[in-house]
Design a protein around this ligand. Structure first.
Ligand code: UGA
Length: 374
């Protein structure tokens, strides 16, 4: 494996090029920012001097590939000899290598048999290991990705909407989710209630999809994704409310130990992290918040210098009035409630991720609260 920052060198070497740059949310809009995708395709195109396949992996609004084909053909010295394909990426952070080597499926959005053959050759070992291949047109391949992420986001918000109903009725969303999961048609994955989804993918993808559908005149078809987003945001506000309730109704001067900063465990990624959203909201409401995360401390410190940070879960819990678990790291699940109870000012915990055993914490004298649980 070699690395280069030279487009000329990459163009000279490659028969198949994969473009994997990010498509973040545009500032001040729900739309995807295509600056990096456009720059990568158009700059590479200028250097392509023989028949080549350029494959987009980035998550893009449907119709992007069709637009890029025209640009690439205009810019490449060999014009239409350069072909485009779309091959969306489905890997999860924290499982990148495994998801790449053993994907649930490969989606090849192509225009010719030659492009399909090139992709099958590039993925030969993965296909030989059993990965199913779905061949589609370009626009379907683009859509598969946003449709998949929208479905996952909807599933999470569905169970979190049920949590809101549970809160109004005294029912337990944890038990509800487990009971639903026995039905194979529903399934238990991505049905974990709690603080909801964050990260660099699900939130911005549902917004970009809604925006694109509006441009296409079919905004109504995915209008429900706005509600999916709304339910997700409300979980963050509700977590803050639970901390306030446990603190006796007022957050001013309350010492809060925030366990977790990353948007999910086993990652140092803090993009749109629910944990840090909650921590900063608590601080703005007057609480004295100290954060610990096993991996995301450097990123959190850089982006949120206004928050205080500690060295460990026990370090931040010392003297705390309320402990709030915001990212379900394994090391937080293993905390001994008796030992932590010795060092806090008040034994009060909000379990934002349903990561702890309520019976065990209550038996150790803690007031335990979780979203959607009595
Ligand atoms: C997500 C998708 O799962 C990948 O398939 C996709 O390729 C990727 O986005 C992408 O578009 O690049 P990722 O962002 O790494 O992957 O994270 P997930 O594992 O999907 O988790 C997203 C968020 O949902 C996390 O904040 C997690 O805490 C939350 N979540 C997940 C729940 O709140 N409940 C669940 O049951 C599952």
């Amino acid at each position: 494996m070699r690395f280069t920052t030279s487009y000329a060198e990459a163009a000279e070497f490659g028969d198949v090029h994969f473009i994997c740059v990010g498509t973040p949310q545009q500032a001040g809009s729900d739309a995807a920012d295509l600056t990096y995708v456009d720059a990568a395709f158009t700059t590479l195109a200028r250097h392509l001097r023989r028949r080549t396949l350029v494959v987009g992996k980035s998550t893009v609004p449907v119709g992007t590939a069709a637009r890029l084909i025209r640009q690439v053909h205009e810019l490449s010295p060999v014009g239409a000899q350069v072909e485009l394909a779309w091959n969306p990426e489905f890997l999860r952070e924290g499982f990148a290598v495994d998801d790449t080597m053993n994907p649930d499926r490969l989606v090849f959005g192509v225009q010719t048999a030659w492009a399909e053959e090139r992709l099958r050759a590039a993925y030969a070992p993965v296909i030989a290991a059993g990965a199913p291949v779905k061949v589609t047109d370009l626009q379907t391949a683009e859509l598969v990705k946003v449709a998949a992420n929208s479905f996952l986001a909807t599933k999470i918000s569905y169970i979190n909407a049920m949590a809101e109903i549970c809160e109004a009725t005294g029912a337990d969303v944890h038990d509800l989710a487990e009971a639903l999961a026995y039905d194979d048609r529903i399934g238990g994955r991505f049905l974990k209630p709690g603080l909801g989804f964050g990260g660099g993918c699900l939130p911005k993808d549902i917004r970009a999809f809604t925006h694109r559908a509006g441009e296409l005149g079919v905004g109504q078809a995915v209008a429900f994704l706005r509600e999916v987003d709304g339910i997700n945001q409300r979980r963050r506000a509700r977590t803050v409310d639970l901390v306030r309730e446990l603190a006796g109704g007022d957050l001013v001067g309350v010492k809060v130990a925030a366990l977790g900063a990353a948007f999910k465990p086993n990652s140092d990624d803090i993009r749109d992290a629910p944990a840090l959203d909650v921590a900063t909201t608590l601080q703005k409401a007057g609480a004295i918040v100290t954060v610990f995360d096993p991996a995301a401390m450097d990123n959190a410190r850089r982006t949120y210098p206004q928050l205080s940070y500690g060295e460990s879960a026990f370090d931040v819990a010392r003297g705390a009035d309320v402990v709030v678990l915001l990212t379900e790291w394994a090391e937080f699940r293993q905390i001994d409630p008796g030992a932590m109870g010795e060092i806090v000012a008040q034994r009060r915990i909000v379990d934002g991720r349903h990561a702890l055993d309520p019976a065990e914490w209550r038996a150790a004298g803690w007031e335990y609260r979780a979203l959607g649980r009595p």
